[in-house]
Design a protein around this ligand. Sequence first.
Ligand code: DC
Length: 230
Amino acid sequence: MEEKIIIAIDGHSSCGKSTLAKDMARELGYKHIDSGAMYRAITLHFIRNNVNISDTEEVKAALDGVKLSFVYNELKQTSEICLNGEDVAHQIHEMIVAERVSDVAALKDVREYAVEQQRAMGIEKGIVMDGRDIGTVVFPDAELKLFMTADMDVRAKRRFQELYEKNPNITYEEVMANIQMRDYIDSNREESPLRQAEDAVVLNNAKMSREEQLKTALGWVKERTAKLAT
Ligand code: DC
């Protein structure tokens, strides 16, 4: 049997990281963890509890009340995040969460809390994790690191399509502004900013279909696992 590896996928907002991670996990029989969902669920908890994020003590106390877990949904063939036992997979993608998540994810205590759990999930390998700092901070020794990019308007169009289906009041301009703001905060924060790991393979999927990007990425997995076997 082939040795299981850790696959780290990083990149800007709305590049389709989770879609690729999900597809790869399904094909390889690996676990998929969407680390952004963890930051989003924490943000949802903070919004519900009116947490003042400039108050470190308040943030620490609020984190004590957060329990995150991933539950496998057979029907959707994907793992979904639960916040204190509640399935919040839909709520974490609402605009109110998207507007605040980058500020919450920039907090040192929040990152420490999330990274510790992410590392624990990778102990047995056989995992595809997507996010912003997976190849640089969470799993610097990951056997395969992908850095995904796509042009800004391609990303905005994709995300708009997704959100519009759930909320027809949303505008393309709003979605574009949110992606630009998140890119800026994610890349310029002090704590674990979004960076391409030196040993990452770049995947620009602007002109690729879902099947093409999966095929390309699985080719890299094959290469890496073959190297490990020698
Ligand atoms: O991937 P996403 O859009 O669901 O991520 C939501 C936010 O969480 C994003 O603005 C940046 C942050 N994030 C992060 O800082 N580190 C990660 N590993 C994953 C996400």
